[in-house]
Design a protein around this ligand. Structure first.
Ligand SMILES: [Zn+2]
Length: 143
């Protein structure tokens, strides 16, 4: 598995992360076979959004309902780490279901992709997966 996203979409997310400064931004990624076709920002409803994130559960319910009704498939989630690395935190691992969904973690400069699995190499929950960006010319370049 890999996460494939357009360089323009990734740049947009990194810009949003920079603008949000010390707040973690988050949202839902849609697509199939690891390829992101769309993203939907959601509220971060965590008690401390400067240190954690929690996707607005209503937004996730809406997205999953949409998928069941033939809409875009929920591929995973994105969120930012304002002042840290783009590795999952232990809180991320504790809150992640081992459902195979893909997690994109960004900050203003960096990005990395992870998959939530039952026996992951990171905190028992995440495996690192390649993040590929493709530009307007359709070529990919691994980050
Ligand atoms: Zn995190």
């Amino acid at each position: 598995m890999q996460l494939v996203i357009s360089s323009a979409m990734l740049a947009d997310l990194q810009q949003l992360a920079r603008v949000a400064a010390q707040q973690e931004i988050c949202g839902i990624l849609f697509g199939r076979d690891g390829r992101v076709s769309a993203r939907r920002p959601t509220r971060n409803v965590a008690a401390d959004p400067g240190r954690h994130f929690e996707i607005d559960p209503r937004a996730l319910i809406d997205a999953e309902r949409g998928e069941r009704n033939g809409g875009d498939a929920v591929l995973g989630y994105y969120h930012s780490h304002p002042s840290g690395t783009v590795r999952p935190s232990i809180t991320d691992a504790e809150s992640a279901a081992p459902d195979g969904r893909l997690w994109l973690i960004i900050n203003g400069q960096d990005a990395a992709a992870w998959q939530a699995v039952p026996d992951g190499e990171i905190y028992g929950r995440f495996d690192a997966i390649p993040l590929d960006c493709f530009g307007a010319n359709g070529q990919t370049a691994a980050q």
